[in-house]
Design a binder for this molecule. Structure first.
Ligand SMILES: Cc1cn([C@H]2C[C@H](O)[C@@H](COP(=O)(O)OP(=O)(O)O[C@H]3O[C@H](C)C(=O)[C@H](O)[C@H]3O)O2)c(=O)[nH]c1=O
Length: 186
């Protein structure tokens, strides 16, 4: 297993060891001992799975401190552009975002520490999306930033007319309006 740094401290790319043969492939998608040895000693408590069709954009979501979640993300089928936005006060990369293509083909995992907003766009016909969280879902603490925020200016790689976004997400505030929520320590 390889762990790669990104331009934003704390955001990590994990490339698992994949065993392929004439039947297909196998890899350990999580192993507490191995990941802890590699420096990822997060204690995950909840797994989520969502399925989405081409053009869907989910996010940008986060939970207010102290309920903010670290996530270990993996695409089981299909391809997404996955995006994390640094909301950690005092972080040298505050307000910056990092985007990475995750797919069944590249088998890459993406680790996002707490203090980030998260979202993804679906670039294949459909996607099966799996992620581990280190804190439970807390509906009251759920917040978001508009995926189309002009300051973040994220290229979701989805033509505007093809984007499929929930009413809830379309109504999310701008980065500036949401900023008073960002009391995440760097
Ligand atoms: C996240 C979550 C949702 N729900 C319920 C709440 C709603 O009734 C239903 C769909 O939730 P929502 O529309 O918020 O699902 P997503 O748009 O995929 O939300 C996720 O999208 C981005 C990409 C994330 O990183 C977050 O984990 C999460 O906010 O599932 C639960 O019961 N438990 C949960 O942990």
């Amino acid at each position: 297993m390889q762990i790669l740094q990104t331009k934003i401290p704390g955001l990590l790319i994990i490339e698992p060891n994949v065993f392929e043969d004439q039947r297909g492939y196998f890899f350990e998608s999580y192993n507490q001992e191995r990941y802890t040895e590699a420096g990822l000693d997060t204690r995950f408590v909840q797994d989520n799975i969502s399925s989405s069709v081409r053009g869907v954009i989910r996010g940008l979501h986060y939970q207010l401190a102290p309920y903010s979640q670290a996530k270990l993300i993996q695409v089981l089928k299909g391809t997404v552009l996955d995006v994390a936005v640094d909301l950690r006060q005092g972080s040298p990369t505050f307000g910056e975002h990092y985007a990475i293509e995750l797919s069944e083909k590249n088998r890459r995992q993406f680790f996002i520490p707490s203090g980030f907003a998260h979202g993804f766009s679906v670039l294949s016909e459909e996607v099966l999306f799996h992620y581990k969280c280190d804190r439970f879902y807390n509906r009251e603490a759920e917040r978001g930033i508009n995926f189309n925020d002009s300051e973040l200016n994220i290229d979701w790689q989805i033509p505007e007319e093809e984007a499929i976004v929930s009413g809830k997400d379309q109504a999310l505030p701008s980065f500036k309006e949401a900023e008073r929520n960002f009391i995440f320590r760097h």
